[in-house]
Ligand binder design. Structure first.
Ligand SMILES: CC(C)(COP(=O)(O)OP(=O)(O)OC[C@H]1O[C@@H](n2cnc3c(N)ncnc32)[C@H](O)[C@@H]1OP(=O)(O)O)[C@@H](O)C(=O)NCCC(=O)NCCS
Length: 202
């Protein structure tokens, strides 16, 4: 377990986050540690941001069990009553050539719990990447979704990907708002009245 002390936070590197409403948000703070990056939210919660690992399978499964049916539908675009072990394994064992996945791990509890995850799949032929992102309900509205999305944008830029895109349900106002705040544009998906395709040219 990584122990984060006040001293670790002396030299904050502020993640490049969009401007926020001052009354509700201060920037999420991020600093480097040997295990990844220490993240501290404005309300004092501490997490580790790192790339996903094969050993995260059980944490991913526990996180899935804590999700509401609405969050599952918003993330996977359809209902799912459980996350099969084979799928959890697949989500944790990425192909670094064409995938990246960042997780926010809460190490203040035992076992450590996954509170958020953002991932991209790169389509080499079109040089674009599809994203997905998820933040556990009790950890929302404190800047973690924006932090994960910013990481995905940075990762795409690092790889020279020309566009980041994703499907979002039209009823998913939080995600549509978040994407708007980050400069994504939305368009309708032909034949899919409930779905928007949002994208950011890089
Ligand atoms: C969408 C989601 C990722 C947002 O995560 P988050 O950690 O709450 O996001 P942030 O705290 O960084 O919020 C960033 C902005 O998003 C928008 N937003 C987030 N939650 C919102 C809500 N409930 N209502 C309206 N806007 C919201 C706001 O513009 C917010 O900025 P503001 O709070 O300064 O107004 C999270 O709610 C989630 O995981 N939902 C379920 C899965 C999902 O929908 N994934 C997206 C499809 S891949």
């Amino acid at each position: 377990m990584t122990t984060t002390t006040a001293r670790d936070f002396d030299n904050y590197r502020y993640a490049e986050l969009p401007a926020r409403t001052r009354e509700r948000f201060a920037p999420v703070s991020v600093s480097s540690t040997p295990r990844g990056e220490a993240v501290r939210t404005a309300d004092g919660r501490e997490l580790t941001l790192r790339t996903i690992e094969p050993g995260d399978v059980t944490a991913v499964q526990r996180c899935f069990k804590r999700l509401s049916p609405q969050d599952v539908r918003r993330r996977f675009l359809h209902a799912m009553s459980e996350l099969p072990i084979s799928m959890a394994q697949r989500l944790c064992r990425i192909d670094p050539e064409v995938e990246a996945a960042f997780v926010l791990i809460d190490e203040t509890v035992k076992p450590a719990e996954l509170r958020g995850v953002g991932r991209i799949f790169v389509d080499v032929a079109s040089n674009t990447a599809e994203f997905s992102v998820l933040v556990e309900l009790e950890w929302t509205r404190i800047g973690l979704g924006a932090l994960l999305m910013q990481r995905l944008v940075d990762e795409c830029r690092r790889r020279g990907v020309s566009e980041l895109w994703g499907y979002v349900l039209m009823e998913n106002r939080p995600m549509l708002e978040l994407c708007k705040e980050l400069g994504f544009v939305a368009k309708m998906v032909p034949g899919e009245a409930s779905l928007a395709q949002i994208s950011l040219k890089l």
